[in-house]
Design a protein around this ligand. Sequence first.
Ligand code: 1HE
Length: 263
Amino acid sequence: MNAITHPDLTLSLRGEQSEVAVVTLNRAAKRNALNDGLILAIRNLFQNLPRSVRAAVIDGSGEHFCAGLDLSELSERDAGEGVMHSRMWHAALECVEKGSVPVIAALHGAVVGGGLELASACHIRVADETTFYALPEGTRGIFVGGGGAVRIPKLIGAARMTDMMFTGRVYNAADGERIGLAQYLVPTGTALDKAIELATRIATNAPMTNYALMHALPRIAEQPADHGLFTEALMASIAQSAPEAKERVRAFLEGKAAKVTKE
Ligand code: 1HE
């Protein structure tokens, strides 16, 4: 075990240049419920990914991706500690969403509560047919605290999230993809392979393009249109002036780069 791993959070490097990190929640006996140690380990790992890594995948061991907050720790906290706890989750998931590399969630089984909050901090979600989504916080007398109130409405709209929390509604894999909880729906048992395939492809992009997608696009989307258009112009200019961008465009003009083709 090196300094960035934890008994419940394993890291394996894939690809010819170790460019893809596969991060696995490894607490299957508790359905990968996220206790404080695991949340701090996620933060530490995403802050300290090896330099070779250009894209990452998060998956869960066992039958489920993640059962959310470890409820056995909840009763120990008073109100002030609850605020600090939620802020700890925010800091950790911020390291996933606005860290150094794009992150893909490979989903199966339960993606519930804080598990959905973790998945929604990733840039792409790939779900297999066993996946189901819920926010049981509503029926457990609590509220989301891991950034879900900010990120989940951006995926599915506030109305659907409100319904999920009011009623305990569970979305299956097909409906989850239809409403935007996942961008890909794949056969049972293949989410990790698909996520690694996507990560491997994303790792070949120009780093400045990936950086712009992770750090500029979400901010532009929250800016007033006039500010967003201005930020877009700055970001576009920075990205296209990188030597790698010029090489890629030249390769296309010389007939050496792939065309866009129908699937
Ligand atoms: C847990 C947790 C957990 C399982 N905290 N221990 N999340 C929830 O409300 C979801 C609660 N979990 C479930 O509904 C189910 O466990 C699952 C649908 C995810 C899986 O069902 P199943 O039948 O495969 O497993 P199980 O038998 O329910 O659970 C196996 C063990 O994991 C069992 O412990 P054991 O010692 O009796 O074997 C469970 O107690 C344990 N376990 N889930 C603690 N969540 C930042 S705020 C976020 C707020 C939230 O995320 S609230 C939503 C919490």
